[in-house]
Design a protein around this ligand. Structure first.
Ligand code: HMG
Ligand code: MG
Length: 314
């Protein structure tokens, strides 16, 4: 007999509920070789919302030369209408031009995205860390003036493919500089999926000590080394209640080749449901969405839970 849901046995030390911050349409699709038609993207967002995901990052307002996969950001938001607006439908914006385009599209939330390391800042933003903070400052100020919710990502928090280990103090420093601009939430990016549990605990403690507590911090683990779920559970035991995940385990960063997919939303939801933690997500509907999306992308989902529930790995 195959199990459709986990046996629920509440685990100690976890929050009663978790907000899943879904990044599939943005982090997932930015990294696909196939450019997905805009109406398929819109249907993807609608299906995710129908499966119970409250927060969905829909796209990015970056130059099409940098990320051609998301060049249709304005068309996507026009197609989504009210379903793409509001404080729970963030989009990535790197600069003033991106914010102008996002405001024109009627968004209610934006995310800036910095780097803990100089090499990735240069590769991903064509700026030094200091220059990128200066680029983000007016974006955050104007976004807040316009009443938008603002998130700050920091990439390469647990290691960098060019620089190797990244000192915790250096990560805390960049996080502090971005949060000091006036952001509502921080997201700690393990862009290349190399972090481990003790490292997660140490970074969260250091951030807390520097005044950025876990109530304002989300975690964003790519699963390259298979550590994403273990790291997430550690973060939850340290007071974090916002977890980034990508339906079907899609994801990666075109400017860091060693980045593979994000923590799969289905894997996260299976673990949380079993531990008695509320997510509001319908696992069957989500797995069906991943199978549908895999059909458009021409390859099966890498998520173990999707494969187990749907037999789609054969
Ligand atoms: P740049 O080339 O230095 O930009 O790129 P620029 O300011 O010199 O402008 C060059 C041209 O682009 C100009 O046009 C601008 O108007 C135009 P021209 O005068 O030559 O005709 N332009 C724009 N057009 C549309 N939208 C815009 C925009 N901005 C400028 N927003 C820039 C600098 C920051 C723009 C670039 O480096 C960039 O967009 N980088 C983003 C790359 C990216 O999207 N990476 C993936 C997302 S990050 C990620 O995945 C990590 C994360 O998941 C967390 C984790 O996993 O760690 C978040
Ligand atoms: Mg990412």
């Amino acid at each position: 007999m195959s199990m459709r849901t986990p046996q629920v046995e509440p685990a100690e030390g976890l929050p009663s509920g978790v907000t899943v911050y879904e990044v599939g349409p943005r982090d997932g699709l930015q990294n696909e070789k196939t450019v997905v038609p805009v109406e398929v993207k819109a249907e993807f967002v609608r299906r995710l919302a129908a499966a119970g995901l409250s927060t969905i990052e829909t796209t990015s307002f970056v130059p099409p030369t940098w990320v051609p996969q998301l060049a249709d950001a304005a068309e996507l938001l026009a197609d989504l209408g009210d379903e793409g607006r509001g404080p729970q439908r963030p989009v990535l914006v790197p600069n003033d031009r991106g914010l102008d385009r996002a405001l024109e599209a009627g968004v209610g939330a934006v995310a800036i995205f910095g780097s803990a390391t100089e090499t990735f800042a240069r590769k991903n933003l064509n700026r030094t860390v200091a220059e990128s903070v200066a680029m983000f400052a007016p974006v955050v100020r104007r976004a807040r003036e316009a009443g938008l919710w603002v998130r700050a990502y920091v990439s390469m928090c647990f290691g960098d493919p060019w620089e190797g280990p990244v000192p915790v103090e250096q990560v805390v420093d960049v996080c502090g500089r971005l949060m000091d601009l006036g952001c509502d939430q921080l997201s700690l990016g393990d862009t290349i999926g190399v972090g481990t549990t003790g490292h997660v605990a140490r970074l969260l403690d250091a951030l807390d000590g520097a005044g950025v507590g876990p109530e304002r911090t989300g975690v964003h683990f790519h699963d390259t080394y298979g550590q994403a779920l273990a790291n997430t559970m550690t973060a939850l035991r340290h007071g974090v209640t916002v977890v980034d995940a990508s339906t079907g385990g899609l994801g990666g960063c075109p400017y860091a080749k060693s980045a593979t997919g994000n923590l799969a939303t289905e894997d996260l939801v299976w673990a949380l449901e079993g531990a008695g933690v509320e997510t509001g997500v319908d696992l069957e509907a989500l797995a069906a969405t991943s199978v549908w999306m895999a059909g458009h992308l021409g390859r099966p989902s890498p998520s173990r839970v999707v494969r187990a529930l749907t037999g789609s790995g054969d």
